[in-house]
Design a protein around this ligand. Structure first.
Ligand code: GAR
Length: 187
């Protein structure tokens, strides 16, 4: 199963996927890792792991539509079976969703449909929920919407900060993402 992974940040969840592939526990080929901006640690660590990397820098395109076209062309060029948004903090165009219909997977650090968006951990903490978690889902053109594949619950502790809660969610998120990818690869 060929996957392209998209990141915007540190790519710690991606690193767990890389480790699972390298250890032989996940029968997946990461054909490329791409980012929407230059200088992400996610791309840096992928290059260090010997993976093909690319950047379709949002700031370098005259219009949103131009960036959409460039991202689609670049990702489609790798002919992936699945595209994984692992902390990719941009909503892709409808044309991208159409091209990878049912094959674009997103991970989110909350129990969707609660707390979508860029601040899922903070919003759940501020709301005062006692249980939050993570979601892996097939993404559509909305913000963290689309059919849910699987979820893991994570308890919020009295002393939690956004950082401590996110770290525990990420531990669950990594495990869940690797399980989902493994299940898809073995279909
Ligand atoms: C992950 O927790 C991911 O779910 C979240 O960004 C983090 C990326 O961490 N994505 C979203 O909030 C999308 N709405 P990482 O770069 O260290 O893997």
């Amino acid at each position: 199963m060929r996957i392209v992974v998209l990141v915007s940040g540190t790519g710690s969840n991606l690193q767990a996927v890389i480790d699972a592939v390298v250890s032989g526990g996940l029968p997946v080929e990461i054909v490329a890792v791409g980012a929407d901006r230059a200088g992400t640690f996610g791309v840096e660590r992928s290059a260090a792991a010997g993976l093909e990397t690319f950047v379709v820098d949002f700031k370098k395109y005259a219009s949103r539509a131009d960036w959409d076209d460039a991202l689609l062309e670049r990702v489609a060029g790798y002919k992936p079976d699945y595209v994984v948004s692992s902390g990719f903090m941009r909503i892709v165009a409808a044309s991208f969703i159409d091209a990878f219909d049912g094959r674009y997977i997103n991970t989110h650090p909350a129990l969707l449909p609660s707390f979508p968006g860029a601040h899922g951990v903070r919003d759940a903490l501020n709301y005062g929920v006692k249980v939050t978690g993570c979601t892996v889902h097939f993404a559509d053109a909305g913000v963290d919407t689309g059919p849910i594949i699987d979820q893991t619950a994570v308890r919020v502790l009295a002393q939690d900060t956004q950082e401590s809660l996110h770290e525990r969610i990420k531990v669950a998120e990594r495990e869940l993402l690797i399980k989902v990818l493994g299940d898809l690869a073995r279909l």
